[in-house]
Ligand binder design. Sequence first.
Ligand SMILES: *[C@@H]1O[C@H](CO)[C@@H](O)[C@H](O)[C@H]1NC(C)=O
Length: 282
Amino acid sequence: MALLLCSTIGRMLGVIFSLLLAALSQCSAYDCSAHPWIDETVKHWFRASYETARNSDKTIEESLEAIANIQWGKYYTGKSMGILTYDDSVGAYHVTFKELHRHNEPHKPAGMQRVIERAIMQHNADLVRALGKKELKFIFGTEDFPIVDTWLNLRLPSFQMCHSPETADVPVPDFTWELYSQAQYTNNSWWEVRRLLLLKSAMLPWKLRERDLFMRGDAGVGYRKVLMPFMHEVQVRGNECRSRKVSGSLSIDRGGFQGLEAAGPDQLGIHGRRRKREEYFQ
Ligand SMILES: *[C@@H]1O[C@H](CO)[C@@H](O)[C@H](O)[C@H]1NC(C)=O
């Protein structure tokens, strides 16, 4: 969705770039006046992170280490570190990436790295002005949930594709689509994918669209593990099962969510510590 809201790739690179710079305490060297909305967006999404940074008694290195060690159940969430270093021989910044914990699909970090590399190339002069040749490290993750709880009071956020009121992660657009192997793009440039989206969209007028939900993907994980049998039952028995309580309990360790409980087709109540977080799953 974030992708569709943006009309040019240049602006998106600007957002990524601004997000990187905002990770510094001073970003005065960067002039955001060309796209004033970027400035506001960055301020908005960094609010929680600035707050935790003010309350933090950890160093930057300790905070990076704490983020690297964040787990979901017994698994480390997929994440990589980007390291920006100034190369004196070339007179420019370049970025290297280090995988901290395996991402669940290889195309995910690859897609994110590619857009970061492009942003750094395009905005190198601004980076040099803003960072003064200092090294900059940041961590990005590719899970579909935020990971840095505000109570950890870290000095830094992680860059995730999601955010919730209880977390200090800074949401960044999902750029993993470019290298999404199942799509088999022969030309995966932004402009070509945009053209495809508009073309396909125009092929089906709104009045002909179905209201039914559909889902693609694995029914054996997370929410879906409980929802799919439940939806099937609703489909087969219709209103008959409206009053019946359906409940299930999934363990995070088994790849699901703890204490997921469905109380009827109209009310799906999700309990437990991660409740708020789940609400941000789309
Ligand atoms: C990919 O698509 C874009 C936009 O449609 C086009 O400008 C570009 O030349 C294409 N690239 C290749 C390698 O075909």
